[in-house]
Design a protein around this ligand. Structure first.
Ligand code: DQA
Length: 140
């Protein structure tokens, strides 16, 4: 199974962001934990961008993947373009958030990707990403 992991804006700054929401690990550390959890059965590719258009283009170029795990970060709450790109992708789509995104500020309750994803894992810091891998293993 080939899986693309997409992380949106400011997630390259994990480790420096508020720990109560995002935990203490860097993105590289989280990616390494995901690789361990995935084992041999799942091949992971990683993409991070701070630019909405780059994320849209990456999704368009990745239609042959079996699944996408995406944390769109702030674009979760603003991006019709990422919603529309995900809609084109026919594989499994897993939304992930480090924080409890539905129980924070009101503006974070606006969510443009939830309805085009199969499932969402949030609030577990790095464990949210590991839950996504466990879900994929179950679906294989
Ligand atoms: C986030 C939650 C978003 O609201 C925020 O803008 C982020 C990260 C999370 O992983 O908890 O940058 O997606």
């Amino acid at each position: 199974m080939r899986v693309l992991v997409i992380n949106g804006p400011n997630l390259n700054m994990l480790g420096k962001r508020p720990k109560e929401h995002y935990g203490t690990l860097t993105l590289d550390e989280i990616n390494n934990l995901m690789i361990k959890e995935a084992g041999n059965a799942i091949h992971l590719d990683f993409f991070q961008s701070n630019c909405e258009g780059e994320i849209v283009s990456k999704i368009q170029q990745s239609l042959d993947y079996d699944a996408i795990i995406i944390n769109p970060a702030a674009y979760t709450h603003t991006s019709v373009a990422i919603h529309d790109a995900l809609e084109i992708f026919s594989g499994l789509k897993i939304e992930v958030h480090l924080s409890e995104v539905d129980n924070r500020e009101d503006f974070r309750r606006i969510n443009f990707v939830r309805d085009v994803c199969n499932i969402c894992f949030s609030g577990g810091h790095e464990k949210s990403y590991l839950e996504a891998i466990k879900y994929l293993k179950k679906m294989m």
